[in-house]
Design a protein around this ligand. Structure first.
Ligand code: PLP
Length: 410
């Protein structure tokens, strides 16, 4: 978002005009930024055989998926529905990694039927898989390396208390199951969590993965999951992709040399590819001074962007309607009948009723985690590409609230 020619703009398009055209609340995605992020990742790992498996759950609009496909990524899907979405937009089954957890074996069988790569995250499922398929279907195994990654325990998933993956301490057991059923293990996976800043964390995960991988004879790839950090706060630092790319690639090449085969390196970024591309545009409904603060109540809330309330996530806020003038401190809250704080104690250009605010970093886990709580409608989504705006999801209507409800005559 740039302030040029008396307006905040993306690709030359004024955000205030987009809000006028499509209404608020409105999700706006900068498609060019997404493509740029894909390229940055590709360049950082240009020395190795990289496969990007975009974490579909971050933002799963079919047009975003199509854009990813055009940019040359594959996808990671965590539900059978996400697998079907990815197939729907034209990804080949071989481009899709299916990483479920706590699903029924029936769902895994469905995924096998669709021909995608299955990532198995518990030993009973591995045994189930062995009984049904033996070695006839290649698989990946998700390991839990027991690393506490990133600063936020709520989004760290590779530690010992986490439900995800098979503990690295159970590797011996894994081998017994693999041998007993003749399983064909072609990949190993770790995902330690989100907001990982340092190459060191990836290297720590890599070391554990390399040690485990050395004991599997027929691997084609190692998957390091997602978790690259992007900046949310002013002064925040993002993962230094060049540094991570250089160090992890080097370690990976060394491993491949000792393994005796050039494997593929897979990553499953969500936030890195789509967080910064997204804004949630909202309108100030009310400015409400209280003894403690001045609230700005907006026409959105945790039903559209749950991250602040769920993860204590910081999202920058900008008053798009005021380019100059004094700043004041506000707490921006939503209209949901809950505490519903979007951003506390923020300095914004003085807000007046009807002003348009932009909530930043709303691309990842924004719309995809939205709901109809309080029977509110979900926003429209617009994608900007090549200086054009495309409506990629219509705003919901009251009929959508009633859809699937059965009005029983009792
Ligand atoms: N891969 C898996 C298995 C995940 O669970 C997640 C996120 O929770 C991701 C990738 C993407 O993580 P991020 O958006 O932090 O890159």
């Amino acid at each position: 978002m740039e302030l040029t020619d008396h307006a905040y703009r993306i690709q030359g398009l004024a955000l205030t005009e987009l809000a006028q055209k499509y209404g608020t609340p409105l999700y706006v995605y900068d498609g060019e930024k997404i493509v740029q992020q894909v390229e940055t990742l590709k360049q950082a790992f240009s020395g190795v055989k990289l496969k990007i498996k975009y974490a579909t759950k971050a933002l799963s609009n079919v047009n975003i998926l199509k854009l990813m496909k055009r940019a040359g990524t594959g996808v990671d899907a965590v539900s059978i529905e996400e697998v079907m979405l990815c197939l729907h937009v034209g990804f080949e089954p071989t481009e899709i990694m299916y990483t479920p957890n706590c699903v029924s074996f029936t769902e895994i069988q469905e995924a096998v039927g669709l021909g995608v790569m299955i990532n198995i995250d518990n030993i009973p499922m591995l045994e189930h898989f062995g009984t049904t398929y033996g070695g006839s279907v290649p698989i990946c195994i998700r390991l839990n390396p027991h690393i506490l990654a990133g600063g936020n325990a709520k989004i760290s998933v590779g530690h010992i208390d986490s439900k995800f993956g098979i503990s690295i301490l159970q590797l011996k057991h894994v081998h017994k199951v693999v041998e007993a059923y003749g399983l064909h293990v072609v990949g190993l996976h770790v995902h330690t969590g989100s907001d990982i800043l340092d190459a060191e964390v990836f290297l720590k995960g890599a070391e554990i993965l390399f040690e485990a991988a050395a004991e599997f004879s027929d691997l084609n790839f190692l998957d390091f999951g997602g978790g690259f950090k992007v900046a949310y706060k002013p002064g925040d630092i993002s993962t230094d992709m060049k540094d991570v790319g250089f160090k992890v690639s080097q370690a990976f090449q060394d491993f491949c040399a000792s393994y005796g085969k050039e494997l593929e390196i897979w990553f499953e970024p969500g936030k890195f590819l789509v967080s910064e591309c997204g804004l949630l545009l909202v309108k100030a409904n009310v400015i409400k001074p209280t003894p403690a603060t001045t609230f700005v109540g907006v026409d959105s809330g945790l039903n559209h962007l749950i991250r602040p309330m769920m993860y204590d996530a910081y999202h920058g806020v900008v008053n798009l309607s005021r380019l100059t003038g004094p700043e004041r401190v506000y707490t921006i809250v939503g209209y949901i009948c809950e505490t519903d704080t979007i951003a506390a104690d923020r300095k914004l250009r003085e807000v007046q009723e009807g002003d348009l605010l932009a909530i930043k970093n709303a691309g990842a886990y924004g719309f995809s985690m939205s709901s109809n709580y309080n029977s509110r409608l979900r926003p429209a989504e617009v994608m900007l590409l090549g200086g054009m705006d495309y409506l990629i999801r219509e705003r919901e209507t009251f009929e959508d609230i009633l859809r699937h409800q059965v009005d029983v005559a009792f």
